[in-house]
Design a protein around this ligand. Structure first.
Ligand code: ADP
Length: 183
């Protein structure tokens, strides 16, 4: 199983695990537009990270209102073993007729931009949109990995971009997709 590949001077790695346990500079939250918490990854990040993250989200909401799908904002990481949380909103899957792939690509690109602006060298992503938002896993893996690979090949100054898959099945899909990409 291919769980690591170089792109430019960086590595993409795949692990099975919990996003809240990752020791990296920035972890990405699969948030919703309210930025006020939810289930899945969002629930876990706020539960483990503590109230400081929600307080920072409320400050952002007061400034910008709702975060549209494809956007991303950064907060401190509270009690998580990371320095920052990048909150992004993926698209809800509606059968592919609403440019969901383009929105998902933007969520990954914007997240990486926020991470780079914050000075992160390592970033961990969950599989955005493939839980409650029902984006088909194979299509999501293709968008996620191709987008990250493209940003790294364009010279983004990162050491590692890690994908943290909750299930062994999802890890297998991402591994197959990574193997099919040229490093
Ligand atoms: P979305 O609303 O963007 O679909 P979800 O949080 O519902 O986001 O799910 C995204 C993916 O993250 C799903 O595959 C889900 O199983 C997985 N997931 C849920 N909790 C965690 C966690 N603690 N760490 C990593 N992945 C998780």
């Amino acid at each position: 199983m291919v769980t690591e590949q170089r792109f430019g001077t960086s590595r993409v790695t795949l692990v099975q695990g919990d996003i809240t346990a990752q020791v990296v500079d920035a972890v990405v939250n699969a948030a919703n537009s309210s930025l006020l918490g939810g289930g899945g990854v969002d629930g876990a990040i706020h539960r483990v990270g503590g109230p400081a993250i929600l307080a920072a989200c409320r400050t952002i909401v007061a400034r910008i209102g709702r975060l549209e799908p494809g956007g991303a904002v950064v907060t401190p990481a509270g009690d998580l073993p990371a320095r920052f949380v990048i909150h992004t909103v993926g698209p809800v899957w509606r059968g592919g007729v609403e440019a969901e792939e383009a929105t998902l690509e933007r969520a990954y690109r914007e997240s990486l931009s926020r991470a780079l602006e914050a000075g992160a060298r390592s970033v961990a992503f969950p599989s955005i949109s493939t839980g409650a938002y029902r984006f088909p896993i194979r299509r999501a893996a293709a968008v996620a990995l191709a987008t990250v690979a493209s940003v790294l090949e364009d010279g983004a100054d990162l050491d590692e971009v890690r994908f943290v898959l909750f299930s062994g099945r999802d890890l297998g899909v991402y591994a197959e997709t990574l193997a099919a990409l040229d490093g």
